[in-house]
Design a binder for this molecule. Structure first.
Ligand code: ATP
Length: 239
């Protein structure tokens, strides 16, 4: 089976800033792929190119076999997206928003059942509060539910657990694992070694716009701690 996400030689500049400099990696169905790298390494730019939100300058991106920049609406319906800033409308209230999004899909995920996204992510407690009044962690939970409500075949999650309290982090990890086990290719960016170690089937380390390591945890770490390997791989790029 071809990879759900295939990125080859991806390059992107913003004026005189080289954000991506020939990055190549893949992500597979049924796996959690964690993308790690220092601030400014190019992770968000890379994921945005995969989401069809940014046009690459060079290289090739295929998501479910399709070029996301030119993808039709039916492709976008197969892809879940959680942006770093949440990307939620400020005036919306979480429950009506999620119900609306759910109604756009033929076979949405369970939203309000006992084991639905609202209960799993503790959204009920603030389901009627407008997004602008939510805490950062509450917004993130709503954004994650919005990304998953359509049962996507590929889910791009930009730092899904950053800033969450320890209980919420565990809830998010359990949910992400289940979603991947059900067949979704989950691609998440993270700065957490613990998150990558506990959750990732596949790890991509990015530094200065290039992929400096890719593989299973065992392949990437080669017997070292992930943290130590990460510093060795990325130190030169941020120096
Ligand atoms: N819209 C933009 N205009 C100009 N420069 C940008 C823009 N977006 C990102 N950059 C630059 O591109 C580089 C890569 O940024 P990007 O956000 O992709 O990194 P990142 O790895 O996601 O970082 P972080 O871990 O801080 O989220 C950085 O130097 C950043 O300043």
């Amino acid at each position: 089976m071809p990879p759900a996400v295939a990125v080859h030689g991806l390059a992107k500049r913003y004026r005189d800033v080289v954000a991506l400099d020939g990055a190549s990696w893949t992500a597979s169905a049924g796996q959690v792929t964690a993308v790690l790298g220092p601030n400014g390494a190019g992770k968000t730019t890379m994921v945005e190119c995969c989401e069809g939100l940014r046009r690459p300058d060079a290289g090739e991106v295929r998501v479910l076999g399709t070029d996301p920049w030119h993808a039709p609406a039916d492709h976008r319906a197969r892809v879940g997206v959680m942006l770093q800033d949440g990307g939620l409308p400020n005036a919306a209230r979480p429950l009506p928003l999620l119900r609306h999004l759910s109604s756009l899909y033929a076979t949405p995920a369970d939203l309000e059942g006992a084991d639905g996204l609202v209960a799993r992510l503790g959204i009920g407690a603030f389901g009627a509060t407008s997004v602008r009044r939510l805490s950062g962690g509450q917004r993130q939970r709503v954004a994650l539910a919005a990304a998953l409500v359509g049962r996507p075949e590929v889910a791009f999650l930009d730092e899904p657990s950053a800033g969450l309290d320890p209980h919420a982090r565990l809830d998010v990890w359990d949910l992400v694992r289940e979603v991947a086990d059900a067949g979704t290719a989950v691609v998440l960016t993270t700065h957490s070694f613990e998150e990558a170690e506990r959750l990732a089937d596949h790890i991509v380390v990015v530094a200065a716009g290039r992929v400096v390591a890719e593989g299973t945890l065992a392949e990437v770490t080669a017997g070292q701690r992930l943290e130590d390997r990460y510093f060795a791989l990325t130190r030169k790029a941020v120096a």
